[in-house]
Design a binder for this molecule. Structure first.
Ligand SMILES: [Zn+2]
Length: 98
């Protein structure tokens, strides 16, 4: 599969513990809201689309998950990107810093 249609993903904190860690004191407005399924990755650094270890083909972008807040920040307001191979049901994750 080449590309999955794009879905915006909105966070719904479950409980006070989750609400307490949401948000950043000093980051751009979009940080923390860049969660997404399908479409194309919004890379923070260079394109790092992986190839499948089994078949060697370029993997399909499945989605990206953003940093959550100042206490749960991926490598300085970074994101984690998830890729899958629909031939082999392999998955890879790439983390980039903001
Ligand atoms: Zn594969």
């Amino acid at each position: 599969m080449e590309e999955i249609p794009e879905f915006r993903v909105r966070l719904e904190p479950v409980g006070a513990d989750a609400r307490a860690v949401l948000g950043f004191a000093a980051a751009a407005d979009e940080v923390g809201h860049r969660h997404q399924l399908g479409g194309r990755p919004t890379w923070l650094q260079d394109d790092q689309t992986p190839t499948c270890r089994d078949c060697g083909e370029r993997m399909t972008f499945y989605g990206q998950l953003d940093s959550i807040g100042d206490d749960i920040s991926l490598a300085d307001v970074g994101m984690v990107y998830v890729f899958v191979c629909f031939n082999d049901f392999e998955a890879r994750a790439i983390l980039q810093s903001g």
